[in-house]
Design a protein around this ligand. Structure first.
Ligand code: FE2
Length: 303
């Protein structure tokens, strides 16, 4: 099985030229020790307190069987500029009552933690990320989306093979994912799997609004995912995995007794076109913000 190389960033967020080469070649980059242990813990605590303050009775109206399809899709579609809570499969009864404690039942929080929660905001707009993004060739990155993915013990579900560019489509393709392991990710608790280099074969599908309904549309001539080279990314807490928006990735269910908290950020380029039929639309009064100023690493002590 292919081993994906691991790199490090310095205190400014600068990386070695070999890491930039790996990013271009593989469509992904693994940077260990990007997030200090105390910051990981702060983010875990902030996520847990979001869940603690969430009134799960709100969910009953959204996820009860009677209103399920329409209300649940509306709840998702209007979450781009809010903090909302999404559940694992099968955790509600027919009346919309949770069958297990909310702390175990929530699959993820999305999609504007980076603009609405002070802890996630400070983390997301940190200068090191802007420096790194610049080194990776991202042009005028704007922070579009954030998620906290819990992958709770025994219940955290699978995320099937996909490319982020299908969901956050721009012309030209510009979406880039920053996936932070807040806890160790292993084969047992559902680490990421990737297909290194497969970003070069283009986008397979688009998830977009067609006739008022969100649907997945296969793109003409798109090849199937070739998963013969699928590679697991078992990483320690604090690792950042950067993903080209065309890089196929997947994560398995969590069958272990350990959670697998991860925080994800997605950027797009301010110079790219963002279509109106993408699922995620922000209110005009709440525009996307830049990741930050360009900085170059030419004088940095690269590692
Ligand atoms: Fe993804």
């Amino acid at each position: 099985m292919l081993e994906v190389a691991r790199y490090h960033a310095d205190a400014k967020g600068c990386i070695a030229p070999e890491a930039v080469d790996a990013w271009a070649r593989d469509g992904l980059l693994v940077i260990e020790d990007f997030v200090a242990a105390d910051i990981c813990q702060d983010l875990i605590n902030a996520a847990d307190s979001q869940v603690a303050n969430f009134d799960a009775r709100e969910a009953a109206t959204v996820f009860s069987t009677a209103t399920h399809e329409h209300a649940a899709s509306e709840y998702f579609e209007t979450s781009g500029d809010k903090i909302r809570f999404f559940f694992e499969e099968g955790v509600f009864d027919t009346s919309g009552t949770l069958q297990i404690p909310k702390e175990q039942a929530i699959n993820k929080i999305g999609h504007a933690l980076h603009d609405l929660d002070p802890t996630f905001q400070a983390f997301s707009y940190q200068p090191r990320l802007a420096v790194l993004a610049h080194q990776l060739g991202l042009v005028d990155p704007l922070l579009l989306q954030s998620m906290l993915i819990f992958k709770q013990p025994s219940i955290g579900g699978e995320v099937s093979w996909h490319q982020d560019g299908s969901f956050l489509y721009t012309v030209p393709q510009s979406v880039t994912g920053f996936w932070f392991a807040l806890e160790e990710a292993t084969l047992e608790n559902g680490c990421l799997w990737v297909l290194p280099g497969e970003h070069a074969r283009g986008l397979r599908s688009r998830f977009r609004r067609i006739d008022g309904r969100l649907q997945t549309e296969a793109l003409p001539g798109a090849p199937d995912f070739d998963d013969t080279a699928k590679t697991p990314l078992e990483v320690p807490a604090g690792t950042l995995v950067v993903l080209n928006g065309l890089l196929p990735h997947y994560s398995a269910p969590n069958h272990s007794q350990k959670s697998r908290y991860a925080y994800t950020l997605h950027t797009i380029s301010a110079t790219a076109q963002y279509p109106k039929d993408n699922w995620l639309q922000r209110n005009d009064s709440f525009p996307l913000r830049s990741l930050g100023a360009r900085t170059d690493c030419s004088n940095a002590n690269q590692i």
